[in-house]
Design a protein around this ligand. Structure first.
Ligand code: ZN
Length: 158
C-alpha cells in the first residue's frame, strides 16, 4: 500500500478531521447523549426527530466555531455510522475512509421547530426567528459533565 501525497488534492477529498471527538448515542426515541471530547451532554426531547435535530444543532455549533465540518460517530442500538456535520447545518454521510461523499450542493440545512414557539429554524440558528428564544432547537436535558474513557461506555444499563 502506498500513500500518495498530492498537494493539489481538494480539501473535500480529505477525511473529515476526527477532532473534537464527537459521539452521539441514541438511547431511545426521546433521549440520547452527546459526548464531545469527553464531556457528556445529556439530551432529551419529546419526539425522536426533535431529539436528532437538537443533537445535530449542537454539533453544528461546534462545526461553526471551528469553521469546518466535524465528524460525528452515531450509535443507535447495535448500529453505528458516521456523518459529517457542516458549519452550515448540512449533514453528509462519510465513506469508509471518513471522507464526505458527494458535494452536498443538493442538500439543505437541517431544520426543526423552536422549542418555545414551534417556528421552523435551521440548526445554525442561535436565536429563534419567531420568538427570540436562545438555542431554539436545544435538547440539553442536564448540565454537561466530564466522563472518563472508562465510564463513557456504560455496560450496566438495565
Ligand atoms: Zn420560537
Amino acid at each position: 500500500m502506498s500513500a500518495v501525497i498530492n498537494a493539489d488534492i481538494a480539501a473535500d477529498d480529505q477525511p473529515v478531521i476526527g477532532w473534537p471527538k464527537i459521539t452521539a448515542v441514541i438511547g431511545s426515541e426521546t433521549d440520547g447523549i452527546l459526548v464531545i471530547n469527553g464531556v457528556a451532554h445529556p439530551c432529551w426531547a419529546p419526539r425522536a426527530d426533535v431529539l436528532r435535530t437538537g443533537m445535530i444543532a449542537r454539533c453544528t455549533a461546534t462545526a461553526a466555531t471551528l469553521r469546518r465540518p466535524v465528524r460525528v460517530d452515531i450509535t443507535e442500538g447495535d448500529q453505528s455510522w458516521s456523518v459529517a456535520v457542516r458549519p452550515d447545518g448540512i449533514v453528509q454521510e462519510l465513506d469508509k475512509d471518513g471522507r464526505i461523499t458527494g458535494a452536498g450542493d443538493d442538500l439543505l440545512p437541517i431544520a426543526g421547530g423552536c422549542r418555545s414557539c414551534g417556528e421552523s429554524n435551521p440548526v445554525t440558528a442561535r436565536q429563534c426567528s419567531g420568538c427570540g428564544t436562545a438555542d431554539p432547537l436545544g435538547v440539553l436535558a442536564a448540565e454537561p459533565y466530564a466522563v472518563t474513557a472508562a465510564s463513557d461506555r456504560r455496560t450496566d444499563r438495565s
